[in-house]
Design a protein around this ligand. Sequence first.
Ligand SMILES: Nc1ncnc2c1ncn2[C@@H]1O[C@H](COP(=O)(O)OP(=O)(O)OP(=O)(O)O)[C@@H](O)[C@H]1O
Length: 637
Amino acid sequence: MDFSNQLDLLAEAELSSINPLLAWQTLGVLRPIDRQWIEQLADHAGENQGAVRIAGALCSAYLGAGHICVDLASLWYTPPEGITARELQQTLAANAVYSIADWCHVLQQSALVSLAPVGNTGTLLENPMVLNQTRLYLYRYFQYEQQVLDYLKKQTSAPPFTPDAALIERLFPDKNETVDWQKVAVANAASLPFSVISGGPGTGKTTTVTKLLALLVSQSIAQGKALRIQLAAPTGKAAARLTESIAKAKSSLPLAADLQAAIPEQASTLHRLLGSDFGRSRFKHNKDNPLHLDVLLVDEVSMVDLPMMAKLIDALPTHARLILLGDKDQLASVEAGSVLGDLSLGIENAYFQADWAQRLSQLTGENVSQFANPKAPLISRSLTLLRTSYRFDANSGIGHLAKAMNAGNAQDALYQLQNNPNDVHWQIPPEQQTKPNIAALAKGYDEYWQAVREQQDIGTLYEAFSRYQILTAVRQGEFGVEQVNKQLELYFYQRGRVKDPHVWYPGKAVMLTRNDASLGLFNGDIGLCMPDESQRLRVWFMQPDGSFTGLLPSRLSAFEVVFAMTVHKSQGSEFERVALLLPLTPSPVLTRELIYTGITRAKQDFTLWGAAHLVQVAAQSRIQRNSGLPEELWPNA
Ligand SMILES: Nc1ncnc2c1ncn2[C@@H]1O[C@H](COP(=O)(O)OP(=O)(O)OP(=O)(O)O)[C@@H](O)[C@H]1O
């Protein structure tokens, strides 16, 4: 008889009766920091209520997993993976808590917890945690959420501007049979100080926003005023893409020369815009030192986390317009929150309140009133969803596959994977396979290695590298980004492309994993290693204006090889060809949003490396992030 298992169970039971937090840490439900944080706080404050410690530790663990808060009412029935509802409830019962109401009551009495002020009355005490009904926050995150909510409430109830309908008409001369949502988006966003234009890839977000900027500039020229417009995006790569696509949209639209000149092309990263004070969490620009601008346009907003959004709002001058662009169906930000997702929660069906729809109908001549919805909340007037993709036409397999995945329709997604040989390919791993097929994956880089061998100029090299990308769903394991990169480097070494994979070599591609102000580089920036004129190896980074800076490798401190990158890191980038590699077994990170984001990074050719059952699992799994924004903004959704 094997007693070791029983001894383990006994030890676990003893551990959990003494300190459930320690037991949950052993099980991986909590990180060491979650337990240590609350224990230190509680010990210091003399807080002996176990139920407070449990709630605090879980609140910290949830934040670590990207949530803004933990909802005790949901937690009671659905605790995190690793503990059952019965175990959680028994542990709480051992601490004299028998219901959700009991739990909230104990928290209300704790010196570690403040109660959220009701309405706009009362002040918030600066305790480490805040309880808002059944939602428990860390103090700072409650404040971030309130800041965003206060801003949204103020902006959505502001008296609307009246944009020039004749100018809108001139920007959209063509008449369609169906509603032209791009035109509606321009009229809508021009009417309010805050607006969101959301849409999938190629739905014309950039085209639309360029017309919107043209309208705003024309209006201010007519009033004899200059308009200070700033463009920004969360990462260097996304900022470079925005610069490129605004320049392209500007030149393809029939705009007068003075309008063209007044619309800027140069986009900056949000960190650079706000003035990163490295080592400090506060930016140079904030409420006391606001940004000098009249209009701020931010692209790829799905990547913006709640703290960044709060800091951005904090730094806006009161008169400024904020225009957010993004794809609401993409993966949420790496850090806590899913601001774009929360903002546009019910946008698919809500449309606008009747009076607002009528106003937009009058401004655009489009029949928006047919979509009036009395249940649409106030926030809906700040949102427009672009619904037609011009990049993926009716014949595009990538477009069909992305749509099927986004709708969570696994059957259709599997059909699309098999029936679009022009642009979609599916490699199902054989049953005995335990490792990715590195040779086949590496093939996509043949063109790049040829450019390296021919010592092409860095611009050509960068272009060749950007054409193909291997994306992984996970970080760890044989199918995780770290191992795949190691295997790829080894493969390139065996093929003679790399002399020694352990040192810097011509063609080595890296991605920064931290911002570095002294170098003017940001987390996510990609550098390619090539010799300079004196044959010294340098790592070359593309600047927002398209030029390149070469740095000695020794100057880089935090980076990783990037022949493969995670889908998370690929947000804000697009490639001609994408290979998406799934692990062999299900993982919690395999969600609908992850696969959709991976698919939509591909412009011309997409290959899925993964089994059918994983596509099914992912289609049924959605990213859920706790926050108070949905309840406040979409009370009926
Ligand atoms: N109303 C339209 N009619 C025809 N073509 C359009 C229209 N709107 C946009 N396009 C074209 O569709 C393509 C994608 O447009 P755009 O770059 O504005 O979309 P996007 O949503 O910003 O794309 P991305 O997903 O790459 O960010 C461009 O070639 C653009 O010229």
